[in-house]
Design a protein around this ligand. Structure first.
Ligand code: SF4
Length: 469
């Protein structure tokens, strides 16, 4: 039994307890002081009896087929869906993503297509199988089409090269990424030593890629705030990456860390796309969330990058503490006027390692804000989508782009379609395929530098498909 959030869950499907609790939690406190029982039985079909208080509902589905993993997956979906339908009916609440609690609804759409489903039927499938709303299900279908078209020329030998710069100037309150605050004493020296280590790891990684005849499909330098690098370190880093003929994205996430000189270095270093992220264009909110820049810094950085001819990604967040729908509309309107190539609209989520970890986030207007974003960016193509745990309103993050301007890194990383060869402290390399496996580098920058050789060898073994202890 679980006594969480004042309800009691009893089930004979213990292996699904965590999933069932996730489902109940989606109704944010609606079911308190109540007994919920979920009973799963089998005969020639599978059945669930869901009791909430004194209301009993019964559901039946055909027995699943496939291998053990697939059977377990289908049973889980059926039981979660049964519980969702009951809770939805009793509460009168229909959630935008129905019974889905996972973070990547697109994966379910791809699995459906892999089993012979038609792309044009994705929306219907999501609505009938998971009770997803027609708006979200249609959105998903559109996104799958956009992704397939954007990746139609992707070679089988594609890999993504990721380079991580875990340094920032200050700390934003919603952020959970571990990063070194460069405003602290001694951190500039650490930054230069870090770049030395990173350059030698990149050199090993590039040799490895060349020997295996793989092609770098996209490069992404992320963080942290990569644009905090000084000009000399920046140039050294880009020379080490030396990527050409591929999408090359560089995060200049914080507008105050960007300059004309750095823009010229990025241009000469092969960067094609720059992320300049305001998150909000309201100065009061920027100060409140700990971003040490203003809206006017953002505009300056944006136009500097634009004039240099880069494609631009911008991120904004709906549901930031203290923001009203009109604050959010101001940000969305201002970004829509600029017409960057890519806009990603996030809904705020509470992350365990962030300064907001213990804050109960709520934003009653979050759906209105996201609806406004869909309307404001209706001349863009939605092309990637993901969800996170503890998102305000259980909504989603959506990437929109101008026609033909999809950031392929965003798609392939989000959908886990391409291996990620990641360099740097706290970076995570990934092998993809039937199973996804990961290799993490130490988050601690000092440890990363000290153990570089040994850890790089292990990482390359992992990427070759060997088992690494
Ligand atoms: S949001 Fe970006 S700039 Fe802010 S602390 Fe996190 S990584 Fe650094």
């Amino acid at each position: 039994m679980s006594y969480l959030y004042n309800y009691k869950l009893t089930t004979n499907a213990e292996f699904l307890r965590v999933d069932l609790l996730d489902e109940i939690r989606q109704f944010s406190g609606k079911f308190s002081d109540i007994d919920i029982e979920v009973c799963l039985t089998y005969d020639e079909n599978m059945h669930t009896d869901v009791t909430v208080g004194d209301i009993l509902s019964h559901y039946t589905a055909a027995l699943p087929d496939g291998d053990e993993i697939e059977i377990k997956r289908q049973v889980k979906r059926f039981v979660k869906h049964s519980l969702y339908m009951t809770l939805s009916e009793i509460s009168g609440i229909k959630l935008p993503w129905g019974s889905l609690t996972g973070i990547r609804p697109t994966k379910l759409a791809y699995a459906y297509i892999a089993k012979g489903g038609q792309v044009d039927n994705v929306s219907g499938y999501m609505q009938s199988t998971f009770a997803v709303s027609s708006h979200r299900a249609n959105l998903l279908q559109r996104i799958i089409k956009a992704q397939r078209s954007a990746l139609s020329q992707m070679p089988d030998s594609a890999v993504n090269l990721y380079v991580h710069i875990p340094f920032c100037d200050g700390r934003c309150n919603y952020c959970s990424f571990p990063s070194v605050d460069i405003s602290k004493k001694g951190s500039n020296d650490l930054l230069s030593r870090y770049v030395d280590a990173l350059i030698s790891e990149i050199a090993e990684m590039k040799k490895f890629i060349a020997v295996r005849n793989e092609s770098i499909f996209s490069v992404y330098v992320g963080g942290g705030t990569p644009s905090v690098l000084g000009e000399n370190d920046l140039e050294r880093l880009l020379n080490a990456i030396a990527a050409d003929n591929c999408e090359f994205t560089f995060e200049a996430g914080r507008a105050d860390s960007f300059s004309c000189e750095k823009t010229a270095i990025l241009k000469a270093g092969g960067v094609t796309r720059i992320c300049v992220n305001p998150q909000t264009l309201n100065d009061d909110t920027l100060a409140r969330i700990g971003r040490r820049h203003t809206a006017s810094d953002f505009y300056k950085a944006y136009f500097t990058a634009k004039e240099a001819g880069f494609d631009i990604n911008t991120d904004i967040i709906a549901g930031l503490e203290g923001e009203t729908p009109s604050d959010f509309a101001h940000t969305a309107d201002s970004i829509a006027e600029l017409q960057p190539e890519n806009v990603t609209v996030h809904t705020l989520s509470r992350k365990r390692a962030s300064l907001l970890a213990d804050t109960e986030l709520s934003c009653p207007d979050i759906e209105r804000m996201m609806d406004y974003a869909f309307m404001r960016f209706s001349d863009y193509e939605p092309y990637y989508l993901y969800r996170q745990k503890n998102m305000v309103g259980n909504l989603e993050n959506v990437g929109f782009c101008k026609k033909g301007k999809e950031c392929v890194n965003n798609i392939t990383v989000m959908e886990e379609m391409v291996p990620v060869y990641a360099c740097g402290a706290g970076s995570i390399s990934k092998r993809v395929g039937k199973c996804i496996s990961r290799f993490a580098s130490p988050k601690d920058v000092g440890l990363y530098i000290d153990e570089l050789k040994e850890r790089t060898d292990k990482k390359l073994m992992f990427l070759s498909g060997e088992r690494v202890e």
